[in-house]
Design a protein around this ligand. Sequence first.
Ligand code: IPD
Ligand code: CA
Ligand code: CA
Length: 266
Amino acid sequence: MRLDSPHINVIIKACMKASRFLIRDFGEIENLQVSSKAPGDFVTSADKRTEKIIVEELQKAQPNYGILTEESGILNGSNNKNRWIIDPIDGTMNFLNGIPQFAISIGYEENDEIKCGVIFNPITNEMFCAEKGNGAYLNNSRIRVSNKKKFQESLLVTGGPKQTSKIKEKIFSEYIKISKNVTNIRKFGSAALDMAYVASGRFDGYWQRELNYWDIAAGIIIVKEAGGFVNFFEQSEEDPIKKNILASNSNIHQNLKDLINKKDIE
Ligand code: IPD
Ligand code: CA
Ligand code: CA
């Protein structure tokens, strides 16, 4: 890895420590105690323990930084200038089903801007990371978004709707509309890895509604530093944590944006 700032180093250390337990838990899925947060949105003891380890490591390094996590919400609330944004396991449903498509995702934000981030899949041992101005990496190699120019030839990825979504029909019709204009669309079940795969050129673009900031915080800087474009659309004014995102290579970005904004003809 060519990135070597104190922030990146502390995130990587926290990821490595937490992932030792995660790898063991993944091998013993059946024994994990599972409780239901809401239909289709499970939280496992692995999520909670992973988050605890990460929070402890980050707090040890920077006791005064703010923290936003999926499982505990806002910690150290007073500091919004420097914040860690954590999703301990992004892709819990995959994790629970023994599918090795999940990741730890940690972003570091300064004055409302993500400065660096790491997305780590401990099973495939792929670590995607980036730092503002210093590029994006997959393990030791520099990554770039794809160079696909023709929108019709692009391979996209998306996710949702959640079981609890109130806009399922809208999400399904958007999916149909976009799928008619591209080569194909995948649904892999981890927003963080979806972003990382756009950054590394495996997918040409990604869009999704009804995400939370921790799903994509690290992905934002990784896609941008890999030369991609990231945009938010229809941002909720009441809830800044809720996000609708669009991330892609620069060539197809406008096409995807136009298609999302295009009103359906009745
Ligand atoms: C979920 C994943 C999934 C996305 C959901 C997220 P979780 O996160 O990112 O790909 O479709 O909207 O909630 O619950 O596994 O951390
Ligand atoms: Ca999660
Ligand atoms: Ca998530």
